[in-house]
Ligand binder design. Structure first.
Ligand SMILES: C[S@@+](CC[C@H](N)C(=O)[O-])C[C@H]1O[C@@H](n2cnc3c(N)ncnc32)[C@H](O)[C@@H]1O
Length: 229
């Protein structure tokens, strides 16, 4: 039985929130001045605690407990280029901790929505938006099953780490871009990042970012920012 069948959706938000608080510490995010997130020190203890709490084997990786390299790079791009989101309606897809959504809100986006498929992300986003005094609406939903929403900007950070997601997200982002939405992605060279030229990804910047988890194989990775065409 999978974690989704048995677990996270059945746990009330207050329990998920308490879990996030118990297994993380509110701290500064290196390279993203002015933003604080509830982050864990190591993946394994949180992961095991989730499996215990949910009573399942094979809970999803607690992505929400870390600021991933793609998100750190995209956050930096937005801090340096607030005009990308200032005065605009923004969706952060696969938000995890909410880092990119929070930076968009701080940069002046009029409305910021965040989505993720992991119900624990809802708790992390709630705590992290409160810590940063910004407003972000959140939904636990697989928006890739739906047409892209009518927003001005879609942000997607660190989504090319697994094949099935990689296969679905590029066409979805390209559909949004074709409809006139500005689509920005951050990626640190994940395994399933497509060839940028073939995929219509226009490179805007590269940033060295310090990995925040031992799941990365290098301490410093190069985060690339692309606009989707
Ligand atoms: C590597 S994390 C990146 C999180 C965040 N964007 C960052 O850069 O820190 C990938 C996130 O994608 C989410 N995810 C996976 N499939 C998804 C889908 N179909 N729709 C929305 N989110 C998804 C995962 O739950 C996870 O939070």
């Amino acid at each position: 039985m999978s974690a989704d069948d048995r677990g996270p959706r059945r746990l009330p938000l207050s329990h998920r929130r308490a879990f996030v608080q118990r297994h993380t510490r509110l701290r500064d995010v290196e390279g993203v001045p002015g933003v604080r997130l509830h982050l864990a020190d190591a993946v394994e203890p949180v992961w095991h605690a989730m499996e215990e709490t949910l009573g399942v084997d094979g809970a999803p990786i607690p992505f929400w407990a870390f600021a991933w390299a793609g998100g750190l790079a995209l956050a930096r791009w937005l801090e340096e280029h607030p005009g990308e989101v200032d005065g605009r309606r923004v969706l952060d897809v696969a938000t995890g901790s909410g880092l990119v959504a929070i930076v968009a809100a701080k940069a002046g986006a009029t409305e910021v929505a965040a989505v993720d498929i992991d119900p624990f992300a809802e708790a992390a986003v709630a705590l992290n938006t409160r810590a940063n005094r910004v407003r972000v609406s959140y939904a636990t939903r697989d928006v890739l099953d739906e047409p892209p929403p009518a927003v001005d900007v879609i942000l997607a950070a660190d989504t090319w780490y697994e094949g099935p997601l990689a296969e679905r997200i590029l066409p979805w982002l390209r559909t949004a871009a074709a409809a006139g939405t500005r689509v920005l992605v951050g990626d640190p060279g994940r395994k399933y990042l497509p060839d940028p030229v073939d995929a219509g990804l226009i490179e805007l910047a590269r940033y060295p970012v310090r990995a925040t988890t031992t799941l990365e194989d290098r301490p410093i990775v190069e985060g690339r920012i692309f606009a989707v065409s």
